[in-house]
Design a binder for this molecule. Structure first.
Ligand code: ADP
Ligand code: TRP
Length: 323
C-alpha cells in the first residue's frame, strides 16, 4: 500500500481542461484499491495571490464541489482544506529554518515574478517550504503533480534529507509521480485551454450560458455550408472528440467531410455532448454549491482524519528540535 498525497490550487471552478487532464486521472488514482490517498485544497498557497475573503472561500467551495461532483469518494480519500489543518504552518516554519535562503531564491514560483519584486510577498517566496510541509506532515510516499511542480518536489526531498541528516531520521523522503499531460485540451480559441487565457469551457455553466459561449466564441473557418470540411484540427471537432463517444465522433467527422453539414451544426452537437454528457456532474455540482453545510461537513471530516496523521508526525519533529 502506498500513501499518495496531492494538493489542488483553489483558483476557482475547474474548467474542462482541468477536469479531463487532472481531476479524472487523479480520482482514478486515488480510488485504486491499495492506495491510501490524501487530497487537499491548497487555500493557504492561494493566499499568496488572492486577497479577498469571499473570493477565496468561494473558490474553495467550487473546487471541492467539482471534485465531489466528479465522483471523489470522501470515505476512501482524506479530502480536506489545507487551512483547516494549521499544523502545516508550524511545520513550514521549522522547514524554513533548515533550508538555505539561497536555494529558495532559485524557485520558479518566485523567480517568474522577480522582475517585479514589489509584487512578491514573502509568502510567495517561501511557497516551496509550505508545499514541503504539506507533503512531509503526512509521511507521503508519492506525490502526483504536473511537470511544472517538479522543482518543488526536489526542494521537498532536499529539505527532508537535510533535516534527517542533521537531526536523525524523521521524515519520509517522497517521490514525485509526474503526470504527463497526454491530453492537452484546446480552448475555444484553439490554444491550450487555460484560466489565464480566458478561453475556457465551464461544464458546470447553465446550458443556456454554455450555448451562447460556444456559438459566439469557438472559432471556425468560413467554409460554405454545402462544402466538405476537414474535421481534424478544427476546435469544435477536437473538443467534441474529448467529450463524445468514439462512434459519435466518427459520425460527426463523416458528416463534416460529406458537405452540407455546417460548423453551426457541429457546435450544436458539441453543446449537446457537453450538456448531456455532464448532466449528472452539473446537477451534483449545483446541489453541493447550494448546500454549503454538506461541503463544510465533508471537509471537516477530512481535516479531522488528516490531523490524526499529522499530529504524531509534528510531535516527532518537535521532539527532535528540542521543543
Ligand atoms: P490553468 O492553466 O487553467 O491555470 P492549472 O495550471 O491550474 O490550470 O492546472 C491545473 C491542472 O489541470 C494541472 O494538472 C494541469 O496539468 C491540468 N490542465 C490545465 N489545463 C489543461 C488543459 N488544457 N488540458 C489538460 N490538462 C490541463
Ligand atoms: N503548488 C501546487 C500547484 O501549483 C499545489 C500544491 C500545494 C501541492 N501543495 C502541494 C501539490 C503538495 C502537491 C503536493 O499545483
Amino acid at each position: 500500500m502506498a500513501r499518495i498525497l496531492t494538493g489542488i490550487q483553489s483558483t476557482g471552478a475547474p474548467h474542462l481542461g482541468n477536469l479531463l487532464g487532472a481531476i479524472r486521472p487523479a480520482i482514478d488514482l486515488a480510488h485504486q484499491d491499495d492506495n491510501e490517498s490524501f487530497l487537499f485544497i491548497a487555500d493557504m498557497h492561494s493566499l499568496t495571490q488572492i486577497k479577498g475573503g469571499s473570493e477565496l472561500r468561494e473558490n474553495t467551495y467550487s473546487v471541492a464541489a467539482a471534485w465531489m461532483a466528479f465522483g471523489l469518494d470522501t470515505d476512501r480519500t482524506v479530502f480536506y482544506r489545507q487551512s483547516d489543518v494549521t499544523e502545516v504552518t508550524e511545520l513550514a516554519w521549522y522547514l524554513n529554518c533548515f533550508f538555505p535562503y539561497q536555494r529558495l531564491t532559485l524557485a520558479h514560483s518566485f523567480k517568474d515574478k522577480s522582475n517585479r519584486l514589489e509584487d512578491v510577498n514573502s509568502g510567495l517566496f517561501s511557497y516551496p517550504m509550505l508545499m514541503a510541509a504539506d507533503i512531509l506532515l503526512y509521511d507521503a510516499e508519492y506525490v502526483p503533480v504536473g511537470k511544472d511542480q517538479l522543482q518543488h518536489l526536489e526542494m521537498t526531498r532536499d529539505v527532508a534529507s537535510r533535516f534527517n541528516h542533521k537531526m536523525g531520521d524523521t521524515f519520509v523522503v517522497p517521490k514525485e509521480l509526474i503526470r504527463e499531460d497526454t491530453q492537452l485540451i484546446p480552448g475555444v480559441d484553439g490554444g491550450k485551454m487555460s484560466k489565464s487565457k480566458g478561453n475556457t469551457i465551464n461544464v458546470f455553466d447553465d446550458p443556456k450560458v454554455l450555448k451562447k459561449h460556444i456559438n459566439k466564441n469557438i472559432i471556425t473557418n468560413a467554409t460554405p455550408l454545402e462544402d466538405s470540411k476537414e474535421p481534424n484540427g478544427s476546435v469544435v471537432y477536437e473538443l467534441y472528440k474529448y467529450v463524445a463517444s468514439e462512434a459519435d465522433a466518427k459520425s460527426l467527422a463523416a458528416k463534416l467531410r460529406a458537405g452540407g453539414y455546417g460548423w453551426g451544426h457541429a457546435k450544436k452537437d458539441l453543446l449537446e455532448a457537453l450538456v448531456d454528457g455532464f448532466a449528472q456532474e452539473r446537477d451534483e455540482f449545483n446541489r453541493l454549491m447550494s448546500d454549503r453545510s454538506t461541503l463544510d461537513a465533508e471537509l471537516k471530516k477530512g481535516a479531522e482524519r488528516a490531523r490524526l496523521v499529522a499530529q504524531p508526525v509534528l510531535e516527532r519533529v518537535r521532539s527532535k528540535i528540542g521543543f
